[in-house]
Design a protein around this ligand. Structure first.
Ligand code: FO1
Length: 325
């Protein structure tokens, strides 16, 4: 079994490559649910859906989220109600775009959860409906919410992750993040770490995509116990995030926005870091802090490049596993 800890777009592209390189039935993707939200009364799990749609080949390639060939009739009609919405109401959240085809997924998830199904069960059903052979597992069936302290109009306000990421287009400074509910939430996947021949930390934001997974009880300790077979791929290339605010967020929260900064964050739980060719000069500095370093093309412009990155990462994990005995 190969276990992948996953956030959104970067992880989804990596998984799409991985399933070209190995038997998809061998792969378990453990997905962040700290980004989940409820809008219009609908349960929305953005990272789970991004992974599902991408591996199914149905994602919109430009946006990286939502479905290709999408239409937006429901959203367009929502604007009618924005003018009559009373102050303080969260109805008609027109800032979060739900396409007509995508809505079907949220309808299904919401209905099944209200029937008493767990998020794990519903996620498996949705993956099956899309014809996927990989296992997609939410990190927990309990409610965990990533909350972000932002600096706005000279004072600090706490908002949910999507209100920071989408509503404010992640363009405001972040002063702190926390994962409400993580202290008591039960992880779904500890066994999938121990049983895996390789554990891969996908190229996702280390703070708000992998951070919530690590915040669950027992996860860091289990990863640390299998550290030699854990391989991470840096989401930071030449000091920048390929997508999203990871670079700014790292700096704002006191970390270094570089492959070395990523290596320091992961050093306790991960034996090897895969970095991009553009960062090859940092290899020795990373190895000096006790993390083996592999240099590869990590910019997944095509599924074939992602497949090659997956093969390199798996080889590194298998080499690491020889130390892990
Ligand atoms: N991201 C945006 O930037 N704008 C949106 O309107 C938006 C809508 C959306 C709807 C469904 C979904 O599954 C994802 C959506 N995303 C949107 C992406 C998503 O919120 C973020 O990329 C992730 O949470 C970060 O990993």
């Amino acid at each position: 079994m190969i276990t992948v800890l996953a956030g959104g777009v970067g992880a989804a592209r990596f998984l799409r490559g991985l399933v070209l390189a190995v038997d998809p039935a061998e792969v378990t993707a453990v997905v962040n649910t700290g980004d989940d939200t409820v809008l219009h009364g609908l349960s929305i799990s953005p990272d789970i859906d991004t992974v599902t749609y991408t591996v199914a080949g149905a994602i919109d390639p430009e946006r990286g989220w939502g479905l290709a060939d999408e239409t937006w009739t429901a959203m367009a009609n929502l604007t009618r109600y924005v003018g009559v919405r009373p102050a303080g109401s969260t109805a008609a959240p027109e800032w979060f775009n739900l396409g007509d085809r995508d809505l079907a997924t949220h309808f299904y998830r919401t209905a099944r959860l209200s029937e008493g199904a767990t998020l794990s069960e519903v996620t498996e059903e949705i993956a099956r409906a899309w014809g996927l052979a990989i296992r997609i597992v939410p990190m927990t069936d309990d409610r965990v919410r990533t909350m972000v302290d932002i600096l706005e109009d000279d004072h600090v306000t706490t908002v949910g992750f999507q209100e920071y990421f989408v509503k404010r287009r992640h363009s405001v400074p972040v002063t702190a993040i926390r994962f409400d509910g993580a202290d008591h939430a039960r992880s779904t996947f500890i066994d999938a770490i121990g049983a895996a021949e390789a554990v891969i930390i996908a190229p996702s934001n280390p703070l708000v995509s992998i951070g919530p997974i690590r915040a669950l009880h027992g996860v860091d300790a289990t990863l640390a116990a299998h550290r030699d077979r854990v391989v991470a791929i840096s989401p930071i290339v030449a000091g920048s995030a390929l997508k999203g605010p990871a670079d700014r967020m790292l700096t704002e929260l006191g970390f270094e926005a570089s492959v070395l900064g990523v290596a320091r964050l992961y050093a306790p739980i991960c034996g090897t870091l895969v970095i991009d060719e553009q960062d090859a000069e940092h290899r020795d500095a990373i190895e000096a802090i006790g993390v083996r370093c592999v240099v590869a093309d990590t910019i997944m412009r095509t599924p074939e490049i992602a497949a090659s990155l997956a093969t390199t990462t798996l080889t590194a994990a298998r080499e690491g596993a020889r130390h892990d005995r």
